[in-house]
Design a protein around this ligand. Structure first.
Ligand code: APR
Length: 315
């Protein structure tokens, strides 16, 4: 059996990240109860995750029973994970997922105590590094080397700064804004209160608090009124102003959500063209930023961004 891990394998597994980062989903997704039914009776999503872990070479043929103590060290000393390479992650996935076949509560426990999510976060960091390396090696024409498209939850990313699609008050809301405030904790709202709002198209910065990201750049996208109210230019300004702020704070890596494409109703493809074009333009003339990640929430947004990136590369 091949045990090769490619960017593609990693992306397929990372697509399941949200399954483990949503607290509400945990017990539902692994239905160990009621045991009288079937301890291995999973939700559809969880079942396809297990299948993918096997198919994508994250479960490998090795003596995981002899490695149990080593696996346990990663649970008790989470710092160790920051040094784990991809073959160590394969062993960890194998130990925890395969073991679960024999002991229904094991993987559920690893998800409950956050260890499984930590493994995913490490995988994500490895993925980002590989993307960067890949882009440099292959040098996509017209597409700036430092950019990548990632599908998942922006609050999980270990980058210097994540961008928030905020509202004018900067006092939190739903969508990505809500997710960022929840993950950062109440201190973020307290700092936001000191900023006295933000005009549409502008950007303001705060610390990231409990987020893995050090900074949050809050920008307010335009509400979509049909496209004739200056929405395109306003959205472009969100990207420009966020990037300018990032440069002022010597930020090296930054992740953007698809600003305005949720509650504010901006058509996704049109918004993604603006986002990618503005970032490319900025990176051409500014050298300080090393990595820009476009974060897509869901498969259709991811497919859309990849299509636009591809078109821009070929144009
Ligand atoms: N990670 C990454 N992207 C996310 C996440 C997440 N955790 N959650 C949502 N998204 C995506 C959405 O799928 C959408 O494509 O972010 C994009 C922007 O959607 P919204 O969060 O709805 O933001 P926007 O359209 O700019 O509307 C802003 O929504 O919640 C309010 O306070 C916010 O009033 C403001 C408005």
């Amino acid at each position: 059996m091949s045990t090769t891990i490619t960017l593609k394998n990693i992306e397929i597994i990372l697509a399941f990240l949200t399954l483990f980062s949503d607290k509400e989903a945990k017990l539902y997704d692994i239905q160990t109860e009621p045991l009288t039914l079937n301890p291995y009776c999973y939700s559809k999503e969880f079942d396809s995750f297990i299948t993918s872990v096997y198919q994508e070479n994250f479960v490998i043929d090795f003596d995981w029973t002899a490695w149990e103590n080593e696996a346990h060290r990663f649970v008790t000393d989470p710092e160790l994970l920051t040094l784990a390479d991809i073959s160590t992650l394969q062993k960890l996935f194998t130990t925890h997922v395969r073991k679960e076949r024999f002991c229904s509560g094991h993987l559920a426990g690893m998800i409950e105590n956050g260890h499984f999510l930590a493994i995913f976060n490490r995988l994500q960091a490895i993925h980002a590094a590989l993307m960067l390396q890949n882009a440099h090696n292959n040098g996509r024409p017209k597409m700036i080397k430092q950019t990548s498209v990632f599908q998942g939850d922006i609050t999980q990313l270990q980058v210097d700064a994540i961008v928030n699609a905020a509202k004018n008050s900067l006092l939190g809301g739903g969508g990505v804004d809500g997710a960022i405030h929840r993950a950062a904790g109440p201190e973020l709202l307290a700092e936001c209160r000191q900023l006295h709002g933000c005009a549409t198209g502008e950007a303001k910065i705060t610390k990231g608090y409990k987020l893995p990201a050090k900074w949050v750049i809050h920008t307010v996208g335009p509400i979509w009124y049909g496209g004739n109210q200056g929405e395109d230019e306003m959205l472009a300004r969100c990207y420009r102003n966020s990037l300018t702020l990032a440069e002022q704070y010597q930020i090296k890596s930054i992740a953007f959500p698809a600003i305005s494409t949720g509650v504010y109703g901006f058509p996704l493809e049109r918004a993604s063209r603006i986002a990618i074009a503005e970032v490319n333009k900025f990176l051409h003339s500014h050298k300080s930023l090393e990595q820009v990640i476009f974060v897509c929430f869901g498969q259709s947004a991811y497919d859309c961004y990849l299509k636009v990136v591809q078109e821009l590369a070929e144009s």
